[in-house]
Design a binder for this molecule. Sequence first.
Ligand code: NAD
Length: 263
Amino acid sequence: MSDSTADTVPAPVAIVTGGAGGMGLAIATVLLGDGFRVALLDRRGAQEAAAMFPETGEATGRRVLGVEVDVTDEGAVRAAVAQVDVTWGRVDALVNNAGIEPQHSLESIEAGTWRVTLDVNLTGPALMIKHCIPLWRRQGGGRVVSIGSRVWLGGGATASYSASKAGLVGMTRTACRELGALGVTANVVAPSFVRTPLNAEKGDAEFVNAYADRFAAASPLGRLVEPVDVANAVAFLLSDRARNITGETVHVAAGTQLAPFIH
Ligand SMILES: NC(=O)c1ccc[n+]([C@@H]2O[C@H](COP(=O)([O-])OP(=O)(O)OC[C@H]3O[C@@H](n4cnc5c(N)ncnc54)[C@H](O)[C@@H]3O)[C@@H](O)[C@H]2O)c1
């Protein structure tokens, strides 16, 4: 799917939610390099993010699109997928990457915080898949990769976040069964700590650096995962090379998914 840039074959189209974030920009960069046209969907900064990518000129047409959308709003999701379809006439791949991680303990959790985490991290991806299905039925196939987290297995983050990411694994396994007959594969890429705004918001530089150091120390490879590592795994799962990989959770965690509690 990723190398179809010949004149007669239209370049494949990928939607990346959370496309204005740290991981989203890295995923978009790698997919553009693989020949995809990429729609960056984000609740804020989508247009600005799209403008960061140089266009390739009139001959090849527009290759990056920015669409402001809150993935928890089904009407907005429906409209965003339709906008991509109107612009490029297809959607080959969906990367469910938008996510939030509000900080709380179980003792301090408020129902609203719990619900919004589950809404963004789990309901949003389900709505995105729902509204891509008619296009995949029309096209005879498609791909879904959802960005989970190491914590689905090891815990260690907030309970709402861990629950949402474990839920993504469950939803993906069902998507694999339900959508297989349409030629759609569905997988999860589960990173560990990556330096992005998501982690920068957890504390000051000293706190975040110490947190990062603990992950590097817990890795058998002794290093941190970078956004491009996650993007490369996504690109592989969207490619024809991965056509028979579905229902899978691929850890991009430098081995820290095997580590005991990292705190
Ligand atoms: N950074 C890490 O250490 C790490 C580790 C494991 C998994 N992840 C996952 O990777 C994904 C990307 O995170 P990131 O690290 O790039 O964080 P980030 O904060 O840089 O990016 C997240 C993006 O999602 C967008 N977003 C949030 N709520 C949204 C909504 N309702 N609708 C549309 N867009 C919304 C934000 O505006 C932001 O641009 C998330 O799913 C996150 O859980 C991150």
